[in-house]
Ligand binder design. Sequence first.
Ligand code: UT7
Length: 324
Amino acid sequence: MLTGKIIGLGSYLPPKILTNDDLSKIVDTNDEWITERTGIKRRHIADAVEDKASTMACKAALAAIEDAGISGSEIDLIVAASTTPDVVFPSIACCVQGAVGADGCACFDVNSACPGFIAAYNTAQSYIESGNAKTVLVLGAECLTNFVDWEDRGTCILFGDGAGAAVLRAEEGMKNSFIMKASMNRGACLHCEAMKQPKRVDEEGFLKSTFMYMQGREVFRFVVTEVPALIDELSKKYEFDLGEVDHFVFHQANRRIIEATAKKLGVSLEKFPMNIQDTGNTSSASIPILLTQMKKEGKLKKGDKIVMSSFGGGLTWGANYFEY
Ligand code: UT7
């Protein structure tokens, strides 16, 4: 059957780096605590003027298109994921369209918090597998540091900025299989309720609601319970053995989450690539940034079987299984 194969990958990470030692000068924390509890050593921080979710998306998109060796005019759909867009409209996808010379193609954004890239990827695959698109650009782009409370040591140490992109092209191959879930009933532990509005800053509690709020322990428990169960469900529903999977490309949120998931699934940690030490949690951008790095390091081979999985605000969680 026709399915989308990844033919190009690209990413953009802003040059400014914030180390754990830098953070210890802002909040009461230290390198040892952050490294031990999260695996993070440093993260990239957007420049307040140069870098926005949309501009970072454009840079990642251009890199992915160059890697694919195609021209922008060959693209017939762009789907961008972001929870932290700098534009209300046009969409980030439209901004990217302008930058890559894909005039006339369909463009829209999705917001599914951290699993946004998987939601965008599955949407792109559904367009391709139903014969509605041949070449699709899929993105995740985030500027989370704009929404972080720099006085809250429980959250500000986790996040970084960046963007990643993949070009998919219709080819004969194995179908993309996926399951996506959400549970608003359990969403109170992770949210960002309001966008900043100049005239509402004086309203009681308004400014606070523009920051990300997270009960880390609650989120941690949710993830290490639901994500292994979801991957088990995925493998049963689509009849594959976890032993056949070459790479478990997971949202980079916390090294301990990945270790706990690998253990629960009974899969070697070696099959879980990680770059969280250098990027922190970049929400919907984390998976395409990691895929790009894997490709550059020669770790992706045509035919490799991949499970991607992510989780975040909503609460939302999802996973898919496909052939590279
Ligand atoms: O993208 C998806 C969304 N988010 C996530 O996936 C996050 C999931 N959760 C986590 O990653 C972890 O829960 C955290 C890394 C956020 C926190 O780690 P934890 O092991 O769950 O720590 P905790 O919140 O239970 O806090 C343990 C202690 C507390 O002190 P007491 O009460 O034991 O005295 C905290 O106040 O660590 C303290 N603490 C810190 N200490 C130094 C919390 N943050 C820090 C910090 N530096 N940055």
